[in-house]
Design a protein around this ligand. Sequence first.
Ligand code: MCA
Ligand code: AMP
Length: 499
Amino acid sequence: MYKIISNPYPYPNPQKTAIISNGKSYSSQNLQDESRSFAGFLLEDSTDLQEFRVAFMVAPGFDYVKTQWAIWLAGGIAVPLCTTHPLASLQYVIEDTEARIIVVSQEFEEILKDLAFEKTIRFIVLGENVEVKNIVLPSIEATRRAMILYTSGTTNLPKGVVTTHQNIEAQVNSLVGAWEYSENDHILCILPLHHVHGIINVISCTLSVGGTVEFLPNFTVEGVFDWFMKIAKNNAQGVFMAVPTIYFKLIAYFETLSATQQTALQNAMKSFRLMVSGSAALPVSVMEKWENISGHRLLERYGMTEIGMAISNPYHGERRAGHIGQPLPNVEVRLVDEQNVTLASGEAGEIQIKGKTVFQEYWKKPQATIDTFTEDGWFKTGDVAVLEEGYYKILGRSSIDIIKSGGYKISALEIEEILRTHPEISDCSVVGIENEEWGELVVAVLIVKNDSIDLKELNVWMRTKMPSYRVPRQYKIVEELPRNAMGKVTKNDLKPLFK
Ligand code: MCA
Ligand code: AMP
């Protein structure tokens, strides 16, 4: 059983490699020693960080895991920052969480140094730490808050999702049981580490059983395929998890390779234990093409920042294309109508979830927390599904304002708010349009103050305000937005403009 607080390092063999990053291998013992030592450094003269928020902008790799575990061991709340977000987005998270400490890898020092100074936040640059002796770590109740991850929703600002240590334990234990993670697993981490997919499914689950996590600095198709070859050459037990867009990109690249290269890769992939897709709907065509290429029938599962993983195709048994499977261990699932009444099998309704995996609260947003649960404690996901012959199938989302692109959840309202602050834009509306590669593509309809607007300049301006994956990929300029009798923009009418 995974218990980060009472026994964070349950490895049978402390000398076994836990992490490979930047060409270096780190044993479980290294991870244990360095996170304890860094926890001591974070504590300074205190005995417990008492749920202080510690924001950290650390590149994926050993230092990231060390920092996250040190924060937990010292009694803090870990707030991972996205390494590609512009300052405005980082500042929002740092201010919203009222972070008391910021930890950065050296490469990010310049980005956050001034902000930390201005707000008198303790600023720690990794690599400059002094050695700490006689470390006494606090004892921490599993009910305490452990992590805040930001998620976009149907409000115009992202909300902090607070999970406790016991939520994280429940999320990890549920998946480890269902997908049979093992000490022999060697998994690749190419996902951003401010989201559940990378943090829980890839890193925490694998480390919890004594497996090995290998990091690439960022995602490239060549990097992934090289790693597949290396895994096969080393006779390791490969595991791979990614979002559908990544599988799409791997397939597109694979198709450009010579027959010899393709055969070598196909042979390499045969040795893998498991390949998983999630975070967005896996198109049936991608699933089928990947099966032809790799010999692996992807295991598709469904999750959400607020609940970890909830529904999954079986590890053993039929992995049904276009379906997300059945409830994971210790997760209760129901489908309901608009009055929260449970529906009969075969009827489409909202997915609601209950169980220890479900988050505690939205950070400092008590009303939003109340609104997202039913009176009898079910979490309302906003996703609509149907149960077909024992398998759940996602049909869509209850809000058109949530867009999923490249596996990222994006709020149309957040983008609209920013666009409206542009001096040349008087109104706008943002929607997601279907796209094979990205799932959905963010596009915007604008009403401009003068007759035209320089879209190249607008694009550059937007990138200073938000991460690039949220920036609209296409714009249409109109004189009026279509509205219903209530004055609300009828967004479905905008989508055909981009056909
Ligand atoms: C990037 N580009 C895009 C998008 N993102 N274009 C259209 N739509 C997008 N969404 C463009 C960039 O602007 C750039 O073009 C070019 O693609 C390459 O950008 P780069 O950032 O290098 O992209 P990439 O590295 O190829 O990224 C693709 C990616 C990434 C690896 C699929 O989107 C990714 O890491 N997604 C995973 C997100 C994730 O982990 N989500 C989990 C959250 P140009 O140069 O022209 O600007 S969901 C979750 O945690 C729940 C619990 C769950 O269920 O898992
Ligand atoms: P996030 O809030 O970023 O964690 O994204 C969670 C959302 O991703 C869910 O509410 C779903 O809309 C979507 N999602 C996750 N996995 C799947 C899947 N396998 N199929 C369809 N949608 C998914």
